[in-house]
Design a protein around this ligand. Structure first.
Ligand code: NAD
Length: 448
């Protein structure tokens, strides 16, 4: 339904990790010819062979469908990318810098440089990575100075809001689209590549480059703040004997507040929220407006204190010391339905227990391999039964349904002591206490 008679734009996606692989596959599903490019030969080989290099429900089927359509290819060749694409999406990582709380922009700069020095016809470069405000303006200048086309090569920003675990659905049916553009031409190009989504009446916000960068970090800051708010209330509960579960429920029924992201527990982690709020605070300080978001430092601290408090509760359950105590650590991923262990609270707790001399058995349904790569010192086992075998304390750290649905008696028959720490308020306390378990959860009085 392209109203002008031009052929549909050809799309390249630079960086094929969680975001880029999903984006490339979904663009092909929507009917565009797509080339996915990464510097990691292993990833490109796997994707070309129809294998998704990470765990994402639904993506393997969509990858297969996209490859079968003949519209999707993968390559490590930037010359090919430059000549193929009309619209180039940059989806490379922006991790926390090794030596500060700022974002590390080396991959973003490298990707735009690789494209800008090679492209020799009018094209649109679109950043999708999460970046500090002002990055798009800086890259615009950089691109114009190194491109053989000069100012003809245009830049836009299109922040991404997908959630790992729901990446395909969030990409094909997003809550909203945000286009950061500096010309009508750029807006029209983006409207064409997102036409199938806009046809679904998906809300669109067209803004300047800085606003589009800010939307993403502001959204993540709000979500992180909501989680840390209820976890701060959990700290108050712990000091007073109040119950944060009842508190959260009561608050959530006020529809001005709402229940989503108001779940008390071990807190947030992953490759986005922690590094994004730190980078945002860092950038605001550089801009001389650090005070406006200094609360993000508190949000981060509250979040990190939950991990320490979780270790405290496990130590209490164990009778005061962790030395030689066998702990079953259930979960390593930062959330269920993901194999992502970047800044994962679960893995951090397992590591802290280990450092205090506990004998920790970690089991995650999908993340054991990534966790092992991040913390090779911990002991990883292949099943929940192995993890809880002769455990002195069971710690539920990531709320996979396998753990939520476990039977307290079946588990109880395997452990040395019926003691459980529910780090995610994922269990019904009565189900456990009625079977002779000691049950502890963050922000709640001790049960049984
Ligand atoms: P990732 O680490 O899974 O993927 C990044 C990929 O970029 C890797 O495959 C890496 O090899 C590749 N890469 C690095 N340098 C490159 C270069 N010069 N050229 C080509 N490829 C290169 O990271 P991710 O989780 O996909 O995140 C990417 C960006 O998207 C980040 O800015 C992140 O904040 C943002 N984001 C992520 C999510 C998410 O849920 N993962 C959601 C929204 C936004």
């Amino acid at each position: 339904s392209h109203e002008n008679d031009q052929p549909a734009p050809r799309v390249t996606v630079i960086g094929t990790g969680y975001l880029g692989a999903t984006h490339a596959v979904c663009m092909a599903i929507m009917g565009f010819d797509v080339l996915g490019v990464d510097v990691d030969q292993r990833k490109i080989d796997m994707l070309s062979a129809g294998k998704v290099p990470f765990f994402e429900p639904g993506l393997p089927e969509k990858l297969e469908e996209a490859l079968a359509s003949g519209r999707l290819r993968f390559s490590t060749d930037f010359d090919e990318a430059a000549s193929f694409g009309d619209v180039h999406f940059v989806c490379v990582g922006t991790p926390q810098a090794p030596d500060s709380s700022a974002a590390d922009l080396r991959y973003v700069d490298a990707a735009f440089t690789a494209l800008a020095t090679r492209i020799d016809r009018k094209a649109l470069l679109v950043g999708k990575s999460t970046v500090p405000i002002g990055t798009a303006a800086r890259i615009t200048t950089m691109v114009q100075s190194i491109s053989p086309l000069g100012a003809e090569l245009e830049l836009a920003w299109n922040p991404e809001f997908l959630r790992e675990g729901f990446a395909v659905q969030d990409t094909l049916f997003p809550d909203r689209l945000v286009f950061g553009v500096s010309s009508d031409w750029a807006e029209q190009q983006l409207r064409r590549v997102f036409e199938p989504i806009l046809d679904l009446d998906t809300p669109l916000i067209v803004a300047d480059l800085a606003t589009s960068e800010l939307v993403k970090v502001a959204a993540n800051s709000f979500l992180a703040t909501k989680i840390s708010f209820i976890n701060a209330m959990a700290e108050i509960c712990e000091a007073t004997g109040a119950d944060v579960n009842h508190l959260a429920k009561a608050l959530s029924l006020d529809d001005r507040i709402g229940g989503r992201f108001l779940k008390p527990g071990l807190g947030f982690g992953g490759g986005c929220l922690p590094k994004d709020i730190r980078a945002f605070k860092h950038r605001a300080e550089e801009l001389g407006v650090g005070q406006a978001v200094s609360f993000l430092g508190e949000v981060d601290s509250i979040n990190n204190r939950r991990r320490v408090r979780t270790v405290d509760l496990i130590r209490e359950l164990a009778g005061g010391s962790l030395a030689g105590v066998r702990v079953a650590a259930l979960g390593a991923a930062f959330k269920p339905n993901s194999d992502d262990v970047r800044d994962a609270p679960a893995l951090d707790v397992a590591r802290l227990l280990y450092l205090e001399g506990a004998i920790v058995s970690v089991y995650d349904p999908e993340a054991n391999a990534n966790a092992h790569r991040a913390y090779p010192d911990l002991n990883y086992v292949g099943s929940m039964a192995e993890a809880v075998d002769k455990a002195d304390v069971v710690a539920l750290l990531t709320e996979w349904s396998e753990f939520r649905n476990a039977d307290p008696d079946t588990l109880g028959a395997l452990v040395s002591h019926r003691r459980i720490l529910d780090g995610r308020h994922a269990l019904n306390a009565n189900d456990y206490t009625s079977k002779g378990w000691q049950y502890r959860a963050l922000g709640r009085p001790a049960q049984a």
